[in-house]
Write a protein that binds this ligand. Sequence first.
Ligand SMILES: [Zn+2]
Length: 291
Amino acid sequence: MVKNIFLAFGLTLPLIGCVTTTSPVASTENYIVDSKTYQATGKSERIKTIVLHYTVSDNDRSIKTLTTGKVSAHYLILDNDDDKIYNLVPENERAWHAGDGGFAGRTILNDTSIGIEIVNTGIAPEYKDALEDGKLAYHPYEHYVAFDELQIKKVAELVQDITARYGISPKNIIGHSDMAPSRKIDPGAKFPWQQLYKQYGIGAWYEGADKLAFMDTDAFAAATIPEIKQQFRDYGYQINNSDEWDKASRDVIYAFQLHFRPRNPTGEIDSETYAILKALNKKYADTNDFY
Ligand SMILES: [Zn+2]
C-alpha cells in the first residue's frame, strides 16, 4: 500500500529520494570524478522532518497562493473528491513553507523538511476575530473546522511513503505550530494525530499507561517552571529560559496541547499536560539525530 501511493493517486513516482551512487559532477579533461574507489559511512538523509499545515483558504486560493507567491509547499492536498496529491516543489528542492522557528535542535527547517499543505479553513469564520492584543488566541477545539476523511487518508499514505524513504523519526513528524508556536496554530486541534498514529503508525504518541502513571498531582505541584520547561525542550520544543509562563511560553504549551491533547487546548500548564509530556519523553528518549 505504502509503495503504491503515487500510483494509487495517479502520480508518477518521483525520482527524488533514490540512492545516488555516482556524483553529479562531470569529469573533465583535467580530472576524473571517481565515485567508486572510496565511500564514506558517516552520512544520512538531508530530509529529517515533515511539517504539516492547513491553508486557511479554499482550493482555488490555496493553489494560487502556493504556486504564484513567495510561499509554497512540496505537496498540496485539496478538499475535493479526486484521487490526486499535487507535488508543487520537487523533494530535493526547498519549498518555502516553514519560516522562522525550530524543532528537535534544528532551525531553518525549509532546509531539511518536506512541507505538506492541506486545504482547510482552520478557525471557523465566526470565531476568526478572537485575537488577544493582536497575538495568537488560544481557540478551543470547537472553533476548528474538521478535515475531510479522504484528505486524511491521502495525508496518511503520503506521510508513510516519505517517512519510509528518508527514515524520518516519529517525533519529527510535526505541525507548523510545533516549530513556530508563537506564529502558527496549524494544522490545528482537529488534525487527527492520534488517529494517524493508531491507524497508520504515523508520528509520535504516548502510552496511556505512562500518562496515568505520571498523573501525580503532588509531583506536578512540586515541579518548578524551569523543570517543566526542560521537559518541553527535551522533547524538541523551543522554549525560553524565563522563570514564568509568559505569553511565548504559553504559546508552546498551546502548540503542544493542539498536538497531544487537542480536545482541551488552553495554553495553561496542568497535571495532565505535564503527564503526557513526561510520557512522551519516556517513550522517545534519545531519538534525536543531531548528526
Ligand atoms: Zn503552516
